[in-house]
Structures are given as structure tokens and as C-alpha cells.
Ligand binder design. Structure first.
Ligand code: ATP
Ligand code: MG
Length: 161
């Protein structure tokens, strides 16, 4: 693991959501430059959507964040947020080919520095992701225990339990 990775163990979905909330707080410091793309990797049920629910909570989004079954790109307006104008929840699980996401406007979405983007199953569109994408890996360790590794981040998040 390189020195800019952060490893966190959570013991509940609430804790995973708290980690996400800390991440959002760090982003509002503006120290971290765009694009704000987060690639959430991990098996089925590892906690990717749960983490994104924590992000949405921190952004005060009222709508429910679900594992989108047929919606691949879901956007939420952030009218009261000074840093970002839109939050995107993208789930590539059902993509048959990376080109499909381009037809959904992916290139324009990542071009806009006012967009905050979280992607599930990002490995399916890996070649389309910029090099400064922040990779977050989720591993199931036990029924309620998850290992979360935030890679290559210069986010400077301070985690304390
Ligand atoms: N520490 C934890 N962190 C996150 N989720 C946890 C934790 N412990 C238990 N869980 C449970 O694990 C499940 C995680 O599901 P979630 O939908 O977030 O996974 P996912 O990675 O998005 O899967 P998928 O690839 O199917 O979309 C939830 O039911 C959640 O309550
Ligand atoms: Mg999910």
C-alpha cells in the first residue's frame, strides 16, 4: 500500500456512512482540486451504496439513494451547496459495454468541476476514468465488518473512532 492510502475498518453500515460524511467535509475545504470522481470498488453487498448514502446525507439530499436497478446515471441537484451544483450516483453493474455510458453523457459529466461523482462497479469503465480518480475499495471481512481503503488520495482525511 502506498503512503497516500488510508485504511479504515467499519463495524456497521452507520460507521461506513460516517466515513463518507467525513470525506464530504474534507471536500468542502476546497484543498482538493477537481474533477471529483470517486470509484467505489467491491463485491456485491460490500457497502458501496451504503457509503454513497452517507455522502448523500452529508450533502443534505432528501431523496433515497437506492442501488439503481435499471437507472445507470442518477443525478441530484445541490442547490444549497456552494462547492458543487450536482451530485451523481453512477452504477455500471448493468453496462454491457463502456461505450454505453458515453451515450449517457459521461464525458460531459466528468468535465464539469461542479459535479461530484460517485461510481459503483467503476472497473467496467476503467479506461474512461481520469488518472486523478480517487479509488475506494470495499472488502467484506465479516457480517458487519468492512475494510475500506481509500487509494492515492491527497484528501488528508483524519479518521478517529
Ligand atoms: N460495516 C458495514 N458497512 C457497510 N455495509 C454494511 C456493513 N455491515 C453490514 N452492512 C450491510 O451490507 C450491505 C451492503 O449493501 P450495499 O448495497 O451497500 O452494497 P453494494 O456494495 O452497493 O452492493 P452492489 O454491488 O450489489 O450494489 C447492506 O445491507 C448493509 O446494511
Ligand atoms: Mg450498490
Amino acid at each position: 500500500m502506498n503512503s497516500t492510502s488510508i485504511k479504515i475498518i467499519t463495524d456497521s453500515s452507520i460507521q461506513t456512512q460516517k466515513v463518507a460524511e467525513l470525506l464530504v467535509k474534507t471536500l468542502s475545504d476546497k484543498k482538493y482540486s477537481p474533477p471529483h470522481i470517486f470509484a467505489l470498488q467491491g463485491n456485491l453487498g460490500a457497502g458501496k451504496t451504503t457509503f454513497i448514502q452517507g455522502v448523500a446525507k452529508a450533502l443534505k439530499i432528501k431523496q433515497k439513494i437506492l442501488s439503481p436497478t435499471f437507472v445507470i446515471v442518477k443525478d441530484f441537484a445541490l442547490s444549497k451547496n456552494s462547492n458543487f451544483s450536482k451530485f451523481y450516483h453512477i452504477d455500471c453493474y448493468r453496462l454491457n459495454d463502456p461505450s454505453e455510458i458515453i451515450t449517457l453523457g459521461f464525458k460531459e459529466i466528468i468535465k464539469n468541476p461542479k459535479n461530484l461523482i460517485f461510481i459503483e462497479w467503476p472497473e467496467r469503465i476503467k479506461k474512461l476514468l481520469p488518472s486523478n480518480t480517487v479509488w475506494i475499495k470495499f472488502k467484506i471481512q465479516d457480517k458487519n465488518k468492512r475494510e475500506i481503503i481509500i487509494k492515492n488520495s491527497n484528501l488528508g482525511i483524519k479518521i478517529s473512532k
